[in-house]
Design a binder for this molecule. Structure first.
Ligand SMILES: Nc1ncnc2c1ncn2[C@@H]1O[C@H](COP(=O)(O)OP(=O)(O)OP(=O)(O)O)[C@@H](O)[C@H]1O
Ligand SMILES: [Mg+2]
Length: 365
């Protein structure tokens, strides 16, 4: 990003920021608006917040709407805009000056990775988070993925609806099962190919942060390894009907992280889990740079609170090795002031409390 301009986002009434193309450190007291600033970038690139499902909660109290504007670096630069009215559910998206841009276009234009305390629960949380991580990777390097994902999701919805309808209509069922089998197998092919290329990058990244011999990452496709999805779906109709949903398929894919064959989350300390998650997230950016020559934007909330000094140093070194842009928040700027190499472009910002609890942003040196 070369420019950010937010209006009426939480306690940030109006902030303009010309960030460094590389490292941006945002400091400020508790409650000053640091996380809100990252949230703004996240909404701009993903059309949703990482803090709330109800985007209207992010609109400043007593304001009718919020506007987020940003310019993405590149030749030429790409303008992005998001507006959310309190009275209207839909987001208004703008891309390159065009109204009614589609969300997928925004997401494609601006690959984002978020590292915050919730992200550190990736290992212990539900498979949905790991699947999202996996699909993010595939989506950004494989153009056919979105269509594949949409068609498979549509087929799954229809099959689930039929399962709940009571008496199954075998012909109608066969149509959607075939559709799901076709697109589900295709999704597996794309995910598997991505995974086998991603794995060495992850291993290499992890080695820098935390040498953990015995740690392994696996991709599980969501149904029996030995059988086709078509036959799995066909044979599980009855039990699926009892459950009321499709029990196996690409919607159940997962990344399994084990250490000496045990689930990593049951063995690793909290800090070790954070490092594994950091390695996963940094590896996404490294992989994207290598395969698609694209740079990911990192949003990193309260890094000093999450990692100790040595690990922070290793982590920052990996960030610097990439050509990515990062927005890193910290209550205290000092923890992140002298970590960087002289050649890295670093800008420091400070979020200050203003009147009525509203905050503004100040560049500092
Ligand atoms: N819709 C809203 N309108 C106005 N202010 C809001 C709104 N939602 C939250 N706030 C306030 O915005 C402030 C910014 O919160 P934020 O989480 O960004 O702070 P922070 O700098 O990340 O703090 P911490 O260091 O504690 O993580 C808080 O004081 C919060 O009460
Ligand atoms: Mg915060």
């Amino acid at each position: 990003m070369t420019l950010l301009n937010f209006h009426a986002l939480r306690n940030l009434q109006s902030v303009e920021m010309a960030p460094s193309s590389r490292i941006n450190v945002i400091s400020g007291a508790n409650g000053s608006g640091k996380t809100s600033l990252l949230e703004g970038v996240h909404i701009l690139g993903m059309g949703r917040s990482f803090r709330t499902r109800q985007l209207k909660n992010a609109i400043q109290t007593n304001e009718p709407y919020m506007t987020l504007y940003g310019r993405l670096s590149g030749e030429p630069e790409v303008a992005l805009g998001v507006r959310r009215l309190r009275a209207q559910r839909e987001l208004e998206l703008r891309l390159k000056g065009e109204k009614n841009a589609r969300l997928a276009e925004l997401v494609e234009a601006m690959p984002l990775q978020l590292i915050n305390p919730d992200a550190f629960r990736l290992l212990e949380g539900s498979p949905a988070g790991r699947r999202e991580f996996l699909d993010w990777g595939v989506f950004h390097v494989e153009h056919d993925f979105l269509v594949t994902w949409k068609r498979s999701r549509r087929a799954l919805k229809h099959r689930n609806a039929l399962l709940r309808r009571g008496r199954i209509q075998p012909q109608e069922m066969a149509v959607w099962e075939q559709e799901l089998a076709t697109w589900g197998e295709q999704m597996d092919i794309l995910r598997r190919a991505w995974f086998s290329d991603f794995l060495p990058v992850f291993e290499e990244t992890l080695k820098v942060l935390l040498p953990l011999p015995g740690l392994s990452l696996h991709y599980a496709r969501g149904w029996d390894k030995e059988r086709t999805l078509a036959s799995v779906l066909h044979d599980s109709r009855q039990t699926d009907q009892q459950m009321g949903f499709t029990q196996q398929g690409p919607q159940r894919a997962d990344l399994r992280i084990r250490i000496n064959k045990q689930p990593a989350v049951e063995v690793l300390s909290r800090g070790q889990q954070k490092l594994v998650v950091s390695a996963l997230k940094l590896a996404q950016g490294r992989f994207l740079e290598r395969t698609a020559q694209r740079h990911c934007i990192y949003l990193i909330d309260d890094l000093p609170a999450e990692l100790d000094e040595h690990n922070r140093h290793q982590f920052c070194g990996l960030l610097e090795d990439m050509q990515c842009q990062a927005f890193i928040t910290s209550v205290e700027p000092s923890a992140l002031r002298n970590t960087w190499r002289p050649e890295t472009s670093v800008k420091m910002f400070h979020v200050k409390h203003g009147e009525q609890g509203l905050s503004y942003l100040e560049p500092t040196s």
